[in-house]
Design a protein around this ligand. Structure first.
Ligand SMILES: Cc1cc2nc3c(=O)[nH]c(=O)nc-3n(C[C@H](O)[C@H](O)[C@H](O)COP(=O)(O)O)c2cc1C
Length: 260
C-alpha cells in the first residue's frame, strides 16, 4: 500500500521519523510517499494536521487519543489478576453492543507485519445447531480412530455425553463461543487476550478452549459451517456472564525473569 500525503502537510517530518518502512521523504518542503509500506498508520496517528491518507481503510474511524484517559497501571493489573477462566455461565445471552466492543478490542490488536488478517466468528444464536454438528461429528469420527488419531483426546468428552446427554462439558453451557480465524497463532492469541480484557471490563468472562480449537479444525463440516474460508481456527473462547464470583486472585508461580 502507498500512503498519499494531502495538502495539509507542513513538512514537519514527524511521519518520516516514525515510519517503519522508510516510505516517506521530504520533497520540496513536504512529505512525499516514495515506496509502498505496511500501512501501519503511524504517520497518520502522529501527524498534527492529518496529512497522510491510507487507502482501503475508513479514515473517519480513528479516534483522538488522550493518554490521561488510559486505564491506570494499578487498575489494569488488578483486572489481569482478577480475570479467571470461566467454566460456569449464567443463562443469559451477550448483548450485541458488548460483542461489538470485544471485536473492536480484537481489531485494534497488534498483528505481525500489520497483517490484520483475523476473522472473528461468534456463535450465539445458532449455538444449538453448532453443538449438534460438533457432537455428532466427534461421535462419527470415534468410529474410525485409525483415520482420526486425534479423536482419542475426546474419548472422555464422548463418554460423559453418552452417559448423560445433557452433559455439556465441552461447551460448559456458555451462551456464546468466539473463534479467531487466522494462520498466525500469535496474532490470534493476542487478539483473544485483548478481547478477554474487554469482556471482563463489561462484566463478562471467557474461557480459552483448546479442545474446541482442535474440534473446529478437525470435525468434518465445522470449518465450512463457521465460514473460516480455508484458514485455521487459531483461538477459541467460550464467553458469557459468569455464574461464579471469585473473591481473590489465584496463586501463581513466581515470574521467571532474567534481567541483564
Ligand atoms: C491456549 C489455552 C487453552 C486452554 N484450553 C482449555 C480447555 O480446553 N479447557 C479448560 O477447561 N481450560 C482451558 N484453558 C484455561 C486454563 O486451564 C487456565 O487458563 C489456567 O488453568 C489458569 O486459570 P485462570 O485462567 O483462571 O487464571 C486454556 C487456556 C489457554 C491459554
Amino acid at each position: 500500500m502507498m500512503v498519499r500525503i494531502n495538502d495539509n502537510c507542513t513538512g514537519c517530518g514527524r511521519c518520516i521519523v516514525d515510519c517503519i518502512s522508510d516510505a516517506i521523504m521530504i520533497k520540496d518542503g513536504r512529505a512525499k510517499a516514495v515506496r509502498p509500506c505496511i500501512a501501519c498508520g503511524h504517520c497518520y496517528a502522529i501527524c498534527p494536521v492529518k496529512a497522510p491518507v491510507l487507502s482501503g481503510v475508513d479514515m473517519e474511524d480513528v479516534e483522538e487519543i488522550n493518554p490521561a484517559a488510559f486505564v491506570d497501571s494499578k487498575a489494569l493489573l488488578h483486572t489481569i489478576k482478577g480475570r479467571r477462566s470461566i467454566r460456569k455461565y449464567q443463562e443469559r445471552s451477550i448483548e450485541e453492543d458488548k460483542l461489538d466492543l470485544l471485536f473492536e478490542a480484537g481489531r485494534y490488536t497488534a498483528t505481525a507485519v500489520n497483517y490484520q488478517d483475523l476473522r472473528f466468528i461468534v456463535v450465539q444464536e445458532r449455538l444449538a445447531e453448532f453443538k449438534e454438528l460438533i457432537w455428532n461429528g466427534l461421535a462419527e469420527m470415534a468410529k474410525s480412530p485409525e483415520k482420526y488419531p486425534d479423536i482419542e483426546r475426546y474419548a472422555g468428552h464422548l463418554k460423559k455425553k453418552a452417559e448423560n446427554p445433557a452433559d455439556d462439558y465441552l461447551f460448559r453451557n456458555a451462551p456464546a463461543i468466539i473463534f479467531v480465524v487466522t494462520d498466525r497463532p500469535v496474532d490470534a492469541g493476542m487478539a483473544a487476550q485483548n478481547m478477554e480484557l474487554a469482556a471482563v471490563a463489561q462484566g463478562l468472562g471467557v474461557m480459552y478452549n483448546g479442545y474446541m480449537v482442535r474440534a473446529a479444525n478437525m470435525v468434518p463440516g465445522a470449518a465450512e459451517w463457521l465460514q473460516t474460508m480455508g484458514r485455521p481456527v487459531s483461538a477459541c473462547m467460550l464467553a458469557g456472564y459468569p455464574a461464579v464470583t471469585y473473591l481473590r486472585s489465584a496463586p501463581r508461580k513466581e515470574a521467571d525473569v532474567i534481567r541483564k
